[in-house]
Design a protein around this ligand. Structure first.
Ligand SMILES: C[S@@+](CC[C@H](N)C(=O)[O-])C[C@H]1O[C@@H](n2cnc3c(N)ncnc32)[C@H](O)[C@@H]1O
Length: 275
């Protein structure tokens, strides 16, 4: 009889254990080309030239900042985030992997976005609702005032907001991405304060899960509130662009400038604020 091996079988690593949450975030949430095209189009329409310098507030992995610089040889970017490990990840996995001539044009600053007003740039953006961490009008206006002060003459600030009838209820939404499932979890919404607690989870084909890879503790502002705070922070004019998410995807002609829309289950808008 063959001798039984007493060697223990090595446990196969679950997919969730080997996955990098910041990489999964980039793959499932971010789409820098769309944002770069939108900023360029709007800036060109209003200022008659291509914007060259960009500041990405709440930059995280600096994916957008790096793609911005890659999109034109004269472009420069500044990324601001107060989380040192995330900025280290950006240096290693994003800037470190870019072609020569790219990393030198991206400056990363470890700081609170409220404290940064230099160097001056053509475009500043705060994407994926990150400014919703500011839960009072006072803090929100202080942030918008800093963003405004950090713009050069004629500079433009872009930020986004989500909303709709399903934004204010507890729900989980799943989306298939290449090789994994992205799960958006609206765990709590308090109608008295409009504070919301949301998580991102990732699930894998082998049944493993990365729970609460990211957690957001926000105030879900409304469109008029954000607009008023931008104006009170000194911006001269604020446009609202609506993303027609629920229309025919094939007929997607991008965000539209608008002042009246029907409410939807879920919507996304861009604020475009002029210095
Ligand atoms: C949702 S991620 C945004 C990543 C990326 N910019 C995007 O659009 O998807 C939020 C990032 O904001 C950073 N952050 C949160 N509050 C901040 C603050 N007051 N100042 C600077 N960074 C902040 C966090 O460290 C985190 O990396």
């Amino acid at each position: 009889m063959a001798k039984k091996s007493n060697k223990k079988r090595k446990r196969k690593k679950k997919l969730a254990e080997g996955a990098d949450p910041l990489k999964l975030y980039q793959l499932s949430v971010q789409c820098p080309e769309v944002e770069i095209d939108f900023f360029t189009k709007v800036f060109r329409e209003h200022r008659g030239r291509r914007p060259l310098s960009m500041r990405e507030d709440f930059c995280g992995t600096a994916y957008l900042a790096t793609e911005w610089v890659k999109s034109h040889k004269k472009r420069t970017a500044l990324g601001v985030d107060f989380d040192a490990p995330t900025l280290d990840w950006a240096r290693k996995h994003v800037l470190g992997k870019a072609k020569p001539g790219v990393a030198e044009r991206v400056e990363l600053i470890e700081a609170n976005v409220i404290d940064v007003t230099d160097p001056k740039v053509d475009v500043t953006c705060a994407l994926n609702f990150s400014y919703c961490i500011f839960k009072t009008r006072d803090l929100l206006k202080r942030y918008f005032a800093a963003a405004r002060e950090g713009l050069s003459e004629g500079g433009i600030f872009f930020c986004e907001l989500y909303g709709g009838t399903e934004a204010i209820v507890e729900l989980e939404e799943e989306r298939e991405v290449d090789g994994f499932t992205y799960i958006w979890d609206q765990a709590e919404f308090n109608p008295i304060t409009r504070e919301t607690l949301c998580h991102i989870h990732f699930a894998f084909p082998d049944g493993s899960r990365m729970k609460r890879a990211f957690t957001y503790d926000w105030r879900l502002w409304t469109i008029p509130e954000v607009r008023e705070c931008l104006l009170e922070a000194g911006f001269s004019h604020v446009d609202v662009y609506w993303d027609p998410v629920e229309e025919d995807d094939d007929a997607d002609d991008g965000f539209r400038l608008t002042e009246k829309e029907e409410n939807q289950e879920g919507w996304l808008v861009y604020f475009v604020a002029f210095k």
